[in-house]
Write a protein of this length. Structure first.
Ligand code: NAP
Length: 249
């Protein structure tokens, strides 16, 4: 029986755990960072909390022992992804990155790409005065100095200071609908949307609604995928990789 470690926290990670759970010769451990108080749990064994950096992750890989790692974390979770590369290199454990594609603009979209959250905060006051902010509660500090912008902050967990001085918080995790997103934008007179390019189908409706209502979008581009690492865009591709790389003994 070989054990696959899925670094999770995404819908893809849960779907991968579901697909691998019960396959002959495989056992699956899903790992969550522990950021949310009521996480959506995948089937099978789950561990919650950090490993203690790349060295801690390497120690975990040796102790179990783990036969393959799939980094199915969020595209913006760059630290754990870098740690996975270091730990897998150090231990010789095969690593796959499962990264869904980013969103693609279509005619009618008004997207302004920025490389970082800080760049989004810098550009925001020139684009609007009432922002729907969906970049996550951990990004709010970057917007805390903006006094001319009112924020509707949508997040899974309540944010902690520092936060923008003028804001309301909407606790929600989706999936969202186009009609619902239009209603939200209209109800709050939103004139700019700030989002990360997560590529998630569950949260893409806000982009349709922004296009419908001619609201500009500040799109924070993704950090790069770790180089020299196998990468696939979909859960079925990841299942195929795992079954190739974990030969039952
Ligand atoms: P990060 O900055 O890349 O990682 C920070 C630290 O959190 C890591 O060094 C690691 O601690 C721990 N960690 C992260 N993911 C982990 C996992 N799956 N299992 C165990 N420990 C993990 O990560 P982040 O951006 O804060 O995201 C945290 C988690 O939330 C990720 O699993 C990600 O998939 C999910 N998520 C993130 C976003 C986002 O926008 N960033 C959005 C939705 C979901 P140690 O160094 O102690 O091992």
């Amino acid at each position: 029986m070989l054990t696959v470690l899925i670094l999770g926290g995404t819908g893809e990670a849960r779907r991968l755990a579901t697909a691998l759970d019960g396959l002959p010769g495989l056992s699956v451990i899903s790992s969550l960072a522990g950021r949310t108080s009521t996480p959506l749990l995948p089937p099978g064994r789950v561990r919650i909390g950090g490993f203690g950096g790349a060295a801690g992750l390497a120690a975990f890989l040796r102790a179990e022992p783990i036969g393959a790692v799939v980094d199915a974390t969020h595209p913006f979770a760059a630290v754990i992804s870098a740690n996975a590369v270091s730990a897998c290199t150090a231990t010789g454990v095969p690593l796959l990155v499962l990264r869904r594609p980013g969103w693609t603009a279509v005619p009618g979209d008004d997207w302004r790409h920025v490389p970082t959250i800080e760049a989004a905060a810098d550009a925001l006051p020139r684009l609007g005065r009432r922002a729907l902010l969906t970049t996550g509660r951990q990004t709010l500090a970057a917007f805390a100095a903006l006094t001319d912008v009112w924020f509707l902050v949508r997040a899974v967990e309540p944010p902690e200071p520092p936060v923008p001085p003028r804001m309301s918080v909407l606790l929600d995790r989706g999936p969202f609908t186009r009609d619902g997103e239009r209603a939200l934008i209209e109800a709050h007179s939103i004139d700019v949307l700030v989002t990360k390019d997560s590529g998630s189908p569950a949260t893409a409706a806000k982009l349709d609604a922004a296009r419908d209502l001619a609201v500009p979008v500040l799109m924070v581009d993704r950090p790069p995928v770790p180089t020299h690492t196998a990468s696939v865009p979909s859960v079925p591709d990841a299942v195929a990789w795992v079954t190739r790389h974990t030969t039952p003994r």
